[in-house]
Design a protein around this ligand. Structure first.
Ligand SMILES: *Cc1c(COP(=O)(O)O)cnc(C)c1O
Length: 413
């Protein structure tokens, strides 16, 4: 797949006059079209709802766009709950899928009447002590072992800190029922950034089978099954994007094979996608400021790992377009680096690119989810602005860049 930025060089030159690089820019049109496609893919399910994983891109302006497209919010911390509340998400518009949860966060979630998805069996009594047991409650399931699609191992749930074991799911539902819960949900997250149309259908089969067993064992009413996140995006140009319509159909097939015959045709399907919702619709825009020739060739840019941590943290690939040089041969090999005193602060290593000159504008792709949000302040570097490219082509500053005053704000000296 040819990776093309959603903005042109001319547009960026104009935007940079007002907002200096580096910044993240988001594509409203792309976000809305994608959200509508997801909704269409699951339109066969009456109660379907996407709860956007706030942690991926916690910006109220973007949450509002998703709200207008019918999404709820998936939160896992106090400030995410507060931001969602402030954006007008109420009650069951909010899913609280946390782990190792502090008392005050459960209390806040209860105050908002968010749907709580418990990560552990001991959290039943903990929640009861610090707040109360709601009528609607969900539990996160961890099947253990390895999770495979065909012969490919996708991830290692047995090594993950999340969720309840199979036996604990039964015990938990019985206990919650005894404590007054009336409507039950199940959740599971077994593999991250899956670029295949098979992940959700396979996960659905696992969850649906367990749901049928749980209903028989405990007699509770299961109202929803939450497939959580994990539907990925193609970061590298050689990969094809997921076909969300095919994914929705795959889940429908499993639903009709497993749930409907068990008399569970009223179960709502929920998703908690983050990356899939926003990943491709964000770019980190940065300017080349230095070139260095030692044992390798380096291009220094004005962004660094503080603005996008995935390459430093996971060695993740993010595609780079040198604006205005899209059709030039990629006959140079560069490390594209930030300015942190950390040798992993590299957006690209040994990347074939066209010749880059100082002042060139670089677009780093697929930063719309888990991009800005993972940022930190190492080396005293400041976080960038976020800009929304609206559907009419105009731009709006949706987060200003940090200033030294912000950085010093928690210190008294
Ligand atoms: C991170 C997370 C998500 C979203 O994951 P993506 O990979 O962005 O789809 C959803 N649910 C939970 C509980 C998460 O922790």
């Amino acid at each position: 797949m040819n990776k093309k930025p959603f903005v042109t060089k001319d547009q960026l030159v104009e935007i940079i006059k007002e907002f200096p690089t580096p910044f993240h820019i988001y594509d409203e049109k792309g976000i809305r079209e994608n959200a509508r496609k997801l909704k269409e893919a699951f339109s066969w399910n009456k109660g379907f709802k996407e709860y956007f994983a706030v942690k991926a891109t916690p910006n109220p302006h973007l949450l509002k766009i998703l709200q207008e497209e019918g999404c709820g919010m998936d939160c896992s911390s106090l400030t995410e709950l507060m931001m969602s509340e402030k954006c007008g998400f109420l009650g069951d518009d909010i899913m609280f899928s946390s782990n190792n949860t502090p008392a005050e966060e459960f209390q806040y979630a209860r105050k908002l009447n968010a749907t709580i998805n418990l990560d552990d069996i001991t959290h039943i009594d903990f929640l009861r002590e610090v707040a109360d047991i709601p009528k609607i409650i969900s539990c996160r399931y961890n099947p253990g072992g390895k999770f495979a699609l065909g012969t490919t191992i996708m991830d290692d749930p047995g090594d993950a800190k999340y969720g309840l074991t199979r036996e604990q799911m039964t015990e938990a539902f019985l206990r919650l029922k005894e404590l007054g819960a009336e409507e039950f949900g199940m959740h599971s997250f077994l593999a991250s950034n899956t670029v295949t149309n098979e992940y959700y259908p396979e996960l659905a089969k696992i969850l649906f089978k367990v749901a049928v067993e749980l209903k028989e064992e405990t007699g509770v009413h299961i109202g929803f099954i939450n497939l959580s996140g994990g539907v990925g995006i193609p970061y590298t140009p050689d990969k094809e994007p997921n076909d969300i319509i095919a994914i929705g159909e795959g889940v429908r097939k499993a639903y009709e094979e497993i749930l409907v015959p068990a008399g569970m045709g009223d179960v709502a399907i929920y998703t908690e996608l983050g990356r899939f919702m926003l990943g491709p619709y964000g770019h980190l825009v940065t300017t080349a400021v230095h070139e260095k020739h030692i044992y390798k060739e380096y291009i220094g840019v004005d962004a660094c790992a503080v603005n996008l941590m995935r390459p430093a943290m996971y060695g993740a690939y993010h595609h780079i377009t040198v604006m205005g040089k899209e059709n030039e041969p990629c006959d140079y090999v560069y490390d594209v680096v930030g300015s942190l005193c950390e040798n992993n602060d590299k957006f690209a290593v040994d990347r074939k690119l066209p010749k880059i000159d100082k002042g060139d504008i670089l677009v780093i792709h697929d930063t719309g989810a888990h991009g800005f949000a993972m940022g930190y302040n190492y080396n005293g570097k400041l976080k960038s602005a976020e800009i929304l490219l609206k559907e009419d082509g105009s731009t709006k500053l949706i987060r200003r860049a940090e200033t030294p005053e912000d950085y010093f704000a928690t210190l008294d000296f």
